[in-house]
Unconditional design. Structure first.
Length: 375
């Protein structure tokens, strides 16, 4: 299943962006084997609900045991990709660094996922999504006028600036390796990806079309026609009527007399008018009015909402009784696949190691280098 069918990936378990990247690779058809510590790692719930780990088998290895390191190198020798999300230097201390892995498999694509990158003054410092967004300049762009920067959960840094750049890098390196016969290291740093995501703003700044003050620009709630408005029932509607024809449709459907939007001096008045207008009806009433129009107005829904469009496309699915997003993007001929529910640490140790051709699996289990979870 999927366009990456036949690609084999070894994932050295981490948190956040690396697991999300490996989830995507698995959904695209790659066979991903997750190597977990016997007791598992940091999680936001029980293993069976850690959705970032869905779609792949889980093997528990004690990486403090030399036999476990030898096992990972055996796996790397049979893989196309290895992904690790350790702090720089940890893989080297374990003996699982790129040089060691390329010695057993010169074509291996070695994906490294960090916040600060493999080098630089902060490479050895701890950090989280919010720190990388802050330093990259991305965080300073998000928020309302006169207020502090607003934190976009950890979607913009960990997953957009981190996971997706790691996946793009891995796929590019895989294509290159087909021609050169040589693998390489993909250094995916969240701070780099988050900065890269702000490219459009840098262009607008250079052109004099963007101000550094938050909440005063076209796309940061400065423009009244690109904002969210509260409805009479305490819900919200999102308005994105940027182009003139969409804005005209918005004003027509709202049945209001609005000031000239091209004069920014009128923006406070227009914002007040839209605020008062949307407060007059419920979200459901506004949704019905704007449904199918070109006014670019949508209800702000909770996660996994049953909107007719989402239902028709199957944007959310139920897997093992858990509502969750379906894989994306979609392919016409080689469909993606959600795969099995998240596994417990070591749930597939015995069978997965055997399937990957690892020798002496029972010896590894007996020595404690590998652990098979109880069923």
């Amino acid at each position: 299943m999927g366009p990456l069918r036949g690609v084999k990936v070894v994932e050295l378990a981490g948190i956040g962006p690396a697991p999300f990247a490996c989830m995507m690779l698995a959904e695209l058809g790659a066979e991903v084997l997750r190597i977990e510590r016997p007791g598992g790692g940091l999680a936001m719930g029980p293993p069976e609900l850690d959705l970032l780990n869905r779609g792949r088998r889980n093997v528990a290895l004690n990486l403090k045991n030399p036999a476990a390191i030898d096992t990972v190198l055996q796996l790397a020798g049979r893989a196309d990709v290895l992904v690790e999300g350790f702090r720089p230097g940890v893989a080297e201390r374990l003996g699982l660094d790129p040089d060691a892995c390329h010695e057993v498999n010169p074509k291996l694509v070695y994906g490294r996922m960090t916040g600060w990158g493999q080098d630089g003054p902060l490479a050895q410092s701890a950090g989280h999504d919010i720190d990388y967004l802050a330093l990259s300049g991305a965080l300073s762009l998000i928020g309302r006028a006169g207020g502090p920067p607003q934190v976009p959960v950890n979607l913009l840094g960990d997953f957009a600036g981190g996971s997706l750049y790691l996946v793009v890098g891995i796929l590019a390196a895989l294509i290159e390796a087909r021609g050169s016969g040589r693998g390489q290291v993909v250094d995916a740093a969240i701070v780099d990806g988050a900065a890269h995501l702000t490219t459009i703003v840098h262009g607008a700044l250079a052109a004099g079309n963007w101000r550094l003050q938050r909440g005063t620009n076209l796309l940061d709630t400065g423009a009244p026609f690109y904002d969210v408005y509260e409805t009479s029932d305490g819900e919200f509607m999102a308005v994105g009527a940027i182009e003139p024809q969409f804005y005209d449709e918005l004003i027509r459907l709202l049945a209001i007399e609005a000031p000239d939007r091209y004069d920014q001096a009128n923006w406070p008045e227009l914002h007040k008018l839209l605020t008062e207008t949307f407060a007059q009806r419920t979200q459901a009433e506004w949704t019905e009015l704007f449904d199918g129009t070109d006014a670019c107005v949508s209800p702000v829904l909770r996660p996994a909402a049953d909107h007719p469009h989402l239902v028709a496309r199957g944007t959310f699915v139920d897997n093992d009784g858990v509502r969750q997003p379906a894989p994306a993007p979609r392919f016409s001929r080689t469909p993606t696949h959600l795969g099995q529910p998240p596994a417990r640490p070591g749930q597939h140790t015995r069978e997965a190691l055997a399937d990957w051709g690892v020798t002496d699996v029972e010896t590894l289990l007996a020595s404690g280098a590998a652990v098979q979870a109880d069923h």
